[in-house]
Design a protein around this ligand. Structure first.
Ligand code: ADP
Length: 243
C-alpha cells in the first residue's frame, strides 16, 4: 500500500536519509525506532512532503511521486492520503477542540458545516473527549490536546496516519491515555507509521518494527523477532541501552 524506494534527504551537507526502502501493507502498524538524530522524524515528514526528499519514489496505493521531479498536484494528492500527529500537537490556540477537528474537514474535505460538526463530535467522543468539545487548548492537558490531534487526523480519513513521537512531550502520567487511544484505533485496522521511544508500546501494538540508525534502516521485522533476537550489533546495543 505504501512503498518508499531509495529515499534520500540532505540538509546542506548533512545526509540524513541515505536511501530508505520501506514497504507498509494496508492495516499494518509500523513502529520506527532508533537513536536520536537517526532520521526517523525526517523520514516520516518526507512521506507527506513536509520535507522534500532529494531523491527516491513514494507510492501510496496506485499513486506515485518521483521525488526528483514532483509536481504540485502530486504533492497535494500525497497530503490528502496522509495525516500527521505531531509531537507538539500543533492545535490552533484560538479554536476549541471541536473547531480544531472541524477545520480539516471543512477546509480539506469541503463538506458542509453541519456534517463536519457531527463527524467531529463523533471523533472527539471516540478519543474520550465528548465532554471537552468547547474547551480551548490552554484548558486541556497535554494528553487531552494530543487526543484532539488524533481526532483531527482521523477526521481527514487518511490512508495512513503518521505519528511523530506522539507522547514524547507529555508528562509521564499522561502517556498512557494517549497510547490507549492509539491502540484502540490501531485495532480498527487503520494503517499507521509511528516514530516512538515507547518500546513496550511498540512491541505490543506494532505489526512491524523498523530500527534506524544514521540515516539507514539497519534491521526490520516482526516485533517479537526484533526485540528478542535482533541480528545486527547496532540493534542489540540500542535495545540494551534503552531497556
Ligand atoms: P530523529 O527523529 O531520529 O531524532 P531527525 O530526523 O529529527 O532524527 O534528525 C536527523 C538529523 O537531521 C539531525 O542531525 C538533525 O539535526 C537534522 N535535521 C532535521 N531537520 C532539520 C532541518 N530542518 N534543518 C537542518 N537539519 C535538520
Amino acid at each position: 500500500m505504501i512503498k518508499l524506494t531509495q529515499i534520500r534527504k540532505s540538509f546542506g551537507r548533512n545526509e540524513v536519509l541515505k536511501g530508505i526502502d520501506l514497504t507498509v501493507e494496508k492495516g499494518e502498524v509500523v513502529a520506527i525506532l532508533g537513536p536520536s538524530g537517526s532520521g526517523k522524524t525526517t523520514l516520516l515528514r518526507c512521506i507527506n512532503y513536509l520535507e522534500k526528499p532529494n531523491e527516491g519514489r513514494i507510492v501510496i496505493d496506485d499513486f506515485s511521486v518521483q521525488c526528483s521531479r514532483p509536481d504540485k498536484k502530486a504533492i497535494h494528492t500525497l497530503r490528502q492520503k496522509t495525516a500527521m500527529v505531531f509531537q507538539q500537537y500543533n492545535l490552533f490556540k484560538h479554536k476549541t477542540a471541536l473547531e480544531n477537528v472541524m477545520e480539516g474537514l471543512f477546509v480539506v474535505k469541503k463538506i458542509s458545516k453541519d456534517e463536519a460538526r457531527i463527524r467531529s463530535i463523533e471523533l472527539l467522543e471516540k478519543v474520550g473527549l465528548g465532554n471537552k468539545l468547547d474547551a480551548y487548548p490552554s484548558e486541556l492537558s497535554g494528553g487531552q490536546q494530543q487526543r484532539v490531534g488524533i481526532a483531527r487526523a482521523l477526521a481527514l480519513n487518511p490512508e495512513v496516519i503518521l505519528f511523530d513521537e506522539p507522547t514524547s512531550a507529555l508528562d509521564p502520567e499522561l502517556v498512557g491515555e494517549v497510547l490507549a487511544v492509539i491502540r484502540k484505533i490501531a485495532k480498527e485496522g487503520i494503517t499507521m507509521i509511528i516514530v516512538t521511544h515507547e518500546m513496550g508500546f511498540a512491541q505490543d501494538v506494532a505489526s512491524h518494527v523498523v530500527f534506524m540508525d544514521e540515516g539507514v534502516i539497519v534491521e526490520q521485522g516482526k516485533p517479537n523477532e526484533l526485540f528478542t533476537s535482533p541480528k545486527e550489533e547496532r540493534t542489540k546495543q540500542f535495545l540494551k541501552r534503552i531497556t
